[in-house]
Design a protein around this ligand. Structure first.
Ligand code: PEP
Ligand code: MN
Length: 275
């Protein structure tokens, strides 16, 4: 048992099993995997511009929401199936791996058809029928931490997935709600280090939702990797101010080389390389 965190079994010290997300590409091994893309897929042109920028830097994973969990029903809800098709088309053009969110049980089959990795969003971390459904899917799952969830609840959610047969799980720390209003959320770097030691799963950090401010994304990304994250999920946009969702936190494409450079240095300091 981990004495400092009652209820959490301390099973494995820094030895998560890598999760293969594409041929020759694993999360949780020696490499730190950078994944980036728009908050929401808005158009073919927007997504293709991003994919091209990722490709130029050797970034191999594109993220992007086709089904968006928006707080307001008046906000852009995503392009749905058209968004999945755009993601797949541009990813295939540039040889990228796709990660996108399944918002409900009925999306899982469809998302699995187009994506390589299924994302479970923060708001859905305790949506158990959805966890059971992805637990039966034949695709790796990124399980975001609920923004009001404890580490123990997060790991229990992962177990709901694994008990249904799918052990290809990547945990994602995306910031939790605290008393601090000056950032959107608070990146819990403690949790990154903790789940590395107490769970068999790789963990990635999402500095975009954790901070809510583009200017804070690179520093928070550095912190996540320094704490042991096996990868990063970062929101970028060709024209951040025009983004239909999460505009404030979108990095412009011009910032990608700097992100890549800085994360590469942190990874290297830890004896890891950056993919
Ligand atoms: C997202 O990744 O676009 C997203 C909606 O994130 P979260 O579920 O962490 O809020
Ligand atoms: Mn977002």
């Amino acid at each position: 048992m981990c004495l400092t965190c009652p209820g959490i079994e301390k099973t494995i010290e820094n030895s998560s099993r890598p999760v293969q997300i594409a041929p020759g590409l694993a999360v949780g091994g020696a490499d730190v995997v950078l994944m980036a893309g728009p908050c929401a897929v808005e158009s073919y042109e927007q997504t293709r511009a991003i994919a091209e920028a990722l490709h130029q830097l050797g970034i191999r994973v594109i993220r992007g929401g086709a089904f968006k969990p928006r707080t307001s029903p008046d906000s852009f809800q995503g392009l749905g199936l058209d968004g999945l098709k755009i993601l797949r088309a541009v990813a295939d053009e540039f040889g990228l791996t796709v990660i996108t969110e399944a918002l409900g049980v009925r999306h899982v089959e469809l998302v699995a058809e187009y994506a390589d990795v299924i994302q479970i969003g923060s708001r859905n971390m305790q949506h158990y029928p959805l966890l059971w459904e992805v637990g039966q899917a034949d695709k790796p799952v990124v399980l975001k931490r609920g923004f009001m969830s404890t580490v123990s609840e997060w790991l229990s959610a992962a177990e709901h997935i694994s008990r249904r047969g799918n052990d290809e799980i990547i945990l994602c720390e995306r910031g939790i709600r605290t008393f601090e209003p000056s950032t959107r959320n608070t990146l819990d770097t403690n949790a990154i280090a903790l789940v590395k030691q107490t769970s068999p799963y790789p963990v990635i950090g999402d500095p975009s939702h954790a901070t809510g401010h583009a200017d804070l994304v690179i520093p928070a990304a550095r912190a996540a990797v320094a704490a042991g994250a096996d990868g990063l999920l970062v929101e970028v946009h060709p024209e951040p101010r025009a983004a239909l969702s999460d505009a404030d936190q979108a990095l412009p494409l011009e910032a990608l080389p700097e992100l890549h450079k800085q994360i590469g240095r942190i990874a290297a300091a830890l004896g890891r390389s950056l993919v």
